[in-house]
Structure formats: C-alpha cells, structure tokens
Design a protein around this ligand. Structure first.
Ligand SMILES: NC(=O)c1ccc[n+]([C@@H]2O[C@H](COP(=O)([O-])OP(=O)(O)OC[C@H]3O[C@@H](n4cnc5c(N)ncnc54)[C@H](O)[C@@H]3O)[C@@H](O)[C@H]2O)c1
Length: 356
C-alpha cells in the first residue's frame, strides 16, 4: 500500500499595531512582486472606516475592488458566500490574489470561507474591526457560515496569511459591541491556566468606555491566550476544546432565534453563566469563584440568563448533540484556569441553569 503525503504547514503573524490600519499595505505586503487585494467588508464598517483603509499609503495601488455586505449575522449565510465567490470570479480575481476581510467576525468567517473555496483556496488576511474579532474570530482559521439547522456547520479550516489588529479601529465601535467582545475576553480569562483574571476584570469599565490603553492590554492578553490554546491543534483534531466554554448553549441560543436577534457574545455569556451554575450544582465549582465570574459578566454589561425561548433553545441543543454522537458535551469550569468536560448533562439541568 502507498500513502499520499499531505502535510500542511500553515503559520502566520498576528500583528498588534495601534495605527496599523493607516499603513496596512506596508505591514501586510509579504512578497516582492505585485500583490492584489480584494476587500470584503460590511456597509457599517465601510462607512465608518473605509476611507482610512483606502487612504493608507499605497492602498489604492493594490486594492482591486471592495464588496460591502449588509452588516450583521444574517450575512453569514450560504447566499452571501456565493455572492462573494461570484464577485471574485466576475471581476477576474486570480490564484495569487488575496482577500482582505475588513470587519467583524461575520466578515472574516464568510470571506475566509469564500477564500477557502475560490479556485480551491486562495490566501486571505484579516483586518478585524470589532473587539470580538480582534480577540477571537480573526485568529484560528475557523471559517464558516450558518444554516437553519445549526451554526457554523458549513465551513473549513483555512488559516489567514496574516492578522493585523489595530485597537484604534475600535474608536467607532458602539459600546454594546465592546460589551459583546468582552464575553470572549472573559471566557479566555476563565479557562486559561495562570491568566490574571482580576487584572482583566479591573479593566472592563475602561474597555467599555473605549480607553485604548485598557483595550490594548486586554487584546494582547486575550490573543496570546487564544494562540496558546489553538497552536497545539490548529485543525481541531481533538473535538474537546476548552475554547468552547459557553458555546454549546450559546450556539443553540443563536440558532433557535434565527441568527442576528441576539449577539454572539451575549449568547456565549448566557452559555458561560449556565455552565457555571451546572458546575456549582454538581459540586465542581465553589460559590466564591462563581460569584467572581458573574461579577465579570455584570461589569461587562452582559446577560447571565435566558429570559425567553428556553424550550426552543433546548430543542436546538438536541440537534447540536446529534451532529456529534447524540450526546451533549459541555465544558464546565471547576476553578479559574481549570475546566472539565461532561457528556451526561441532562436537559432538565440545562433548562434550570439557563433560566437561572
Ligand atoms: N471564526 C472564529 O473562530 C470565531 C470566533 C468567535 C466568534 N465567531 C463568530 O463571530 C460572529 C460575531 O462576530 P462580531 O461580533 O464581530 O459580529 P459582526 O461582524 O456582525 O460585527 C458586529 C457589528 O459591529 C459592526 N462593526 C464592526 N466593526 C466596527 C467598527 N470598528 N465601527 C463600527 N461598527 C463596527 C458591524 O458592522 C456589526 O454591525 C459570530 O457569527 C460568531 O460565530 C467566529
């Protein structure tokens, strides 16, 4: 028997540079020859930051075109994915060209998935503009769209060629979107061994106020934590990922409401609160640590319980369980920096914990 070798050696820089948006062509030029970029963004980001992107020195020489999608989660769809592919094809995008995903994680997820499919895979770079995308969605190469039956189930592992994070892009981000991004920050600080949870919590009010020093500290810490967690397993061979803390229920909440009715971070916050209550109920987590996690969520102006639609969410959870082996698998916190997986959580337990 012969084997075909198919090694992959993706690696890419994460550049954290205040003001980087104003010199991105210099920071992202990776080769001597001419590089062509196709910018995919959304209408809100285009209106808020599009001029900054295109006015950067050299930008107009390398940008072939810009496609602005409707802002919001509904754009993370098969239809949008096809629209990007059609746009690239109809305008003459080539094999060596680069898609530049400029926006929140909705843009990077759908544009990255289009880059993964176009001509069997072209390069893309992420220039994330939401806090959630800067600390989480732009890193890790998981690109996907949503379907009515479940979230993120059509997609690929297609790592970007580079990620350029400019905290100053967040100056136009509304407070509620800063809050949304803080959910993934809190998640990282809860699950990562040795993370300075109190230092993170102390900075939450300043982050919500858009303080760039606090945001820069937070983004640096959270991206380092995410890189440490993704690096050993970049293609998620191990399905038990601590990064999924809060996400099992969070995805069910988003899917059950038809996407876009509740922000991803808000759904994850409810998912984390639910996992904390289950852990306390099972004697895995002490009350004091639980109180500290809830306090962080409240400071970040995040919800900690489902106020409606709990039955629909539980139905979606059953559908998510079927995608695996029929069992619901939850990441539970058993202390700061310590997690445990459980696949024997009952519907009744989830329901009680979700509504608080
Ligand atoms: N691929 C991954 O690893 C990963 C990780 C976490 C989350 N996600 C996905 O990320 C999605 C949510 O991402 P999101 O919260 O970034 O959503 P989003 O992309 O919809 O951005 C949120 C809102 O903020 C606006 N916005 C973004 N940057 C702005 C700026 N600088 N100024 C003004 N407005 C701005 C957008 O137009 C949008 O309305 C979910 O679909 C989730 O599943 C993916």
């Amino acid at each position: 028997m012969r084997h075909v070798r198919a090694p992959r050696a993706d690696s890419y820089p994460i550049l954290l540079a205040e003001g980087g948006l104003d010199r991105w062509p210099e920071l992202l030029s990776t080769e001597a020859g001419p590089v062509r970029f196709w910018v995919v963004t959304d209408t809100t980001v285009r209106d808020a930051l599009g001029d900054r992107l295109l006015d950067a020195p050299g930008a107009r020489d390398v940008v072939c075109g810009t496609l602005a999608l409707p802002a919001g989660e509904k754009s993370k769809s098969v239809d949008t994915w096809l629209r990007i592919l059609d746009w690239l094809g109809a305008h003459g995008a080539r094999r060596r060209d680069i898609v530049l995903a400029f926006g929140g994680s909705v843009v990077s997820d759908v544009a990255g998935f289009a880059a993964a499919a176009f001509m069997r895979g072209i390069r893309y770079v992420n220039v994330p503009t939401s806090l959630l995308a800067q600390v989480d969605g732009s890193i890790g190469g998981k690109v996907a769209v949503n379907t009515p039956w479940a979230k993120n189930v059509l997609g690929a592992f297609h790592h970007p060629s580079a990620v350029l994070i400019d905290p100053s892009a967040l100056t136009t981000l509304p407070r509620v979107e800063l809050s949304n991004g803080l959910a993934e920050v809190i998640k990282c600080f809860v699950i990562t061994p040795g993370a300075d949870f109190d230092a993170c919590v102390d900075r939450i009010p300043a982050c919500l106020d858009g303080d760039l020093d606090a945001l820069q500290w937070t983004i640096r810490a959270a991206t380092n934590q995410k890189m440490d967690l993704v690096d050993p397993d970049p293609y998620e061979v191990d399905l038990d990922r601590v990064l999924n803390f809060g996400h099992t229920l969070g995805h069910a909440i988003e899917a059950s409401t038809g996407y876009g009715h509740i922000r991803h971070g808000m759904a994850v916050a409810i998912g984390m609160a639910c996992a904390v209550r289950i852990a306390v109920g099972r004697g895995l987590l002490d009350d004091d640590t639980a109180r500290r996690i809830f306090d962080a969520l409240h400071r970040a102006e995040l919800p900690d319980r489902l106020t409606e639609g709990a039955e629909g969410v539980i139905e979606k959870l059953a559908a998510i369980a079927m995608i695996r082996d029929g069992r619901l698998r939850f990441v539970l916190s058993c202390g700061l920096g310590r997690t445990v997986f459980r696949d024997d959580i009952t519907r009744a337990e989830v329901l009680a914990a979700a509504v608080g």
